[in-house]
Design a protein around this ligand. Structure first.
Ligand SMILES: [Ca+2]
Length: 188
């Protein structure tokens, strides 16, 4: 079953193997068949270049700027996503265009800008969720209390390896600005 936790070594009941077949490899030793857990690679950069959206937009700081591969953190020079200033319940999401078990989500926070302004502490109370459709992205990955610091690489692990195609970053405070988002996951 998708999202089921997989044991870490040789296992299991035959029924369990049958229902999770793609996670196992069959090994024949003499007349004995063993099933071992496959080592599935954790893929990085699965969000880069993928379609992104956000709850609102400030000027031209669109959602795609958080997955454009530019890891710079000066919002004026490098451009980062930014929700509208009147949006007090902002969110950002990316469509991975395939289903993954999500392992980690990393956020690059904004840094000092050309006016020497430090707004890095706006990144706080960040919730990351995962889902199979763009209208139901409610499975919890993790949380970052913040406040963020200048150009901080915020690492949010997903201990339950939630299963989904969409990753959403939400805040309950205003101004959600993301310079880059990296998603790491295992392809299902
Ligand atoms: Ca970027």
């Amino acid at each position: 079953m998708p999202g089921t936790n997989i044991p870490t070594d040789v296992c299991c009941t035959l029924k369990y193997v049958q229902t999770n077949l793609k996670h196992f490899k069959e090994i024949t030793i003499g007349s004995t068949i063993q099933y071992k857990v496959k080592t599935l690679p954790v893929l990085s950069d699965i969000a880069m270049g993928k379609p992104a959206a956000q709850s609102s937009i400030f000027l031209n700081y669109s959602a795609e700027l958080a997955v454009d591969g530019n890891r710079g953190t000066d919002i004026y020079q490098d451009l980062c996503s930014h929700t509208d200033t009147a949006d007090t319940n902002p969110w950002w999401r990316v469509d991975l265009q395939a289903v993954y078990s999500i392992k980690t989500v990393r956020i690059i926070n904004r840094g000092i800008d050309k006016f020497k302004t430090d707004l890095s502490d706006r990144l706080r109370d960040v919730t990351v969720t995962v889902g199979l459709t763009d209208i139901d992205i409610g499975t919890t990955c993790g949380f970052f209390a913040g406040p963020g610091t200048l150009s901080q690489l915020v690492v949010i692990d997903c201990p339950t390896l939630p299963f989904g195609r969409y990753v959403k970053i939400s805040m309950t405070t205003e101004y959600l600005s993301l310079c880059e988002v990296d998603v790491f996951g295992v392809k299902e």
